[in-house]
Design a protein around this ligand. Structure first.
Ligand code: HEC
Length: 113
């Protein structure tokens, strides 16, 4: 069997993201005033540090285990972040917050040494 190339993995990943995007689009056809499926979590701190920000935001839709189980380099964390923000409905994570979270993820969940 021919091993799957990185390119084909990336393409199937985007296809999955597209399916998710379409599913999320469906959910937008809600009556006015309805609460969106996954809102920005309220953090009970004035200036949350990188750890709190990452934990609270990255466990809003799925378990934080899903994040902790990964060992990714910066480019791949950036790619994951882009997916969460652009495809999966985490558009409320601002660009400066994205930078803080990516730095935290690279430091704590980077490739295993
Ligand atoms: C608005 C909802 C939402 C938020 C917030 C969110 N995610 Fe996700 N995430 C998803 C969805 C939907 C999936 C696909 C779930 C599945 O495959 O079961 C996913 C999947 C993942 C995956 C598995 C790989 C993949 O791309 O499918 C990783 C890793 C991940 N998220 C990391 C993060 C990190 C890091 C954050 C914080 C920056 C985050 N997520 C915040 C919705 C979200």
């Amino acid at each position: 069997m021919r091993p799957r190339s990185v390119a084909s993995l990336v393409i199937s990943g985007s296809a999955l993201a597209l399916v998710w995007g379409l599913a999320a689009g469906e959910e937008n056809h809600q009556p006015a005033g309805a609460v969106p499926a996954v809102q920005k979590p309220v953090i009970d701190e004035a200036n949350p540090g990188p750890e709190v920000l990452t934990r609270e935001y990255c466990s809003a839709c799925h378990s934080f285990q899903l994040v902790q189980a990964q060992r990714l380099n910066r480019a791949t964390w950036e790619w994951v972040m882009e997916d969460m923000v652009e495809q999966f409905g985490a558009g409320w994570i601002t660009p400066p917050e994205q930078t803080v979270i990516i730095d935290y993820l690279v430091e704590h969940y980077g490739p295993e040494k």
